[in-house]
Design a binder for this molecule. Structure first.
Ligand SMILES: [Fe+2]
Length: 221
């Protein structure tokens, strides 16, 4: 399934592809649906988390130049198809180096093509995405913030913030206190109208989630 929205200028499109597969960590495997995000115009685009189905992502790109493939983190559901997409599009793969141990569970003894760092800027047409390092779900988890996209800005949040609360922190390399600090300091400080486009499930906004921070802290997840 692909859905698409256009920004106010009419020149930037955000496509959402939902793909299905599995997530494995710590010896368990779970069925998951992932959101793939493609941001761009008619000639070029960026891909965020091309999960599970490389051919479906390549079909959605539809021959446009891909400037970069941005990974929000190294969990295998988000990265297992990335080499296929990179091979087909020629685009470099960016991952925060603190998730290299997760990357190497899928691609042993290699690294992603380029290291993401907090503050990195990615430009596509009129839109600029800023990398926000938001550790907690994993050490290298990174969100991508586009203040000029949509009505009041868009945050691609990966698995750091979902509709209803933080990403999971119960498995290896995750930390609840760290994800709460990331959400409090880096995400809930964005304008309340910021649309949050997540790695799984429905979108939300900063303003819809902000009042619930203390509930999440009290419940511990
Ligand atoms: Fe994840």
């Amino acid at each position: 399934m692909t859905t698409e929205r256009t920004d106010a200028s009419g020149r930037v499109r955000v496509q959402n592809l939902v793909t299905s597969g599995t997530f494995s960590l710590d010896g368990g495997t779970w069925e998951v649906d992932n959101n793939v995000w493609i941001v761009g115009d008619d000639t070029e685009c960026l891909i965020i988390d091309p999960a599970h189905d490389a051919q479906a992502v390549v079909d959605a790109v539809d021959g446009r130049r891909v400037g970069a493939i941005l990974l929000t983190h190294g969990h295998d559901d988000h990265i297992r198809a990335v080499r296929g997409v990179a091979g087909a599009t020629g685009a470099p793969v960016y991952l925060h180096p603190d998730d290299t141990m997760l990357w190497q569970q899928v691609y042993p003894e290699t690294t992603a093509d380029l290291e993401l760092a907090d503050g990195d800027l990615f430009r596509i047409g009129l839109v600029e995405l800023t990398a926000l390092h938001t550790p907690g779900h994993s050490p290298g988890s990174t969100c991508f913030y586009a203040p000029d996209l949509g009505e009041a800005g868009v945050l691609f949040s990966g698995d750091t913030l979902f509709q209803g609360g933080p990403g999971a922190t119960g498995r290896s390399y995750s930390d609840f206190d760290v994800i709460i600090a990331s959400i409090r300091e880096r995400i809930l400080t964005l304008p309340e109208g910021t649309e949050v486009l997540t790695g799984h499930g429905e979108a939300t906004t900063v303003g819809a989630e902000k009042p619930h921070l203390q509930e999440w802290i009290d419940r511990g997840y």
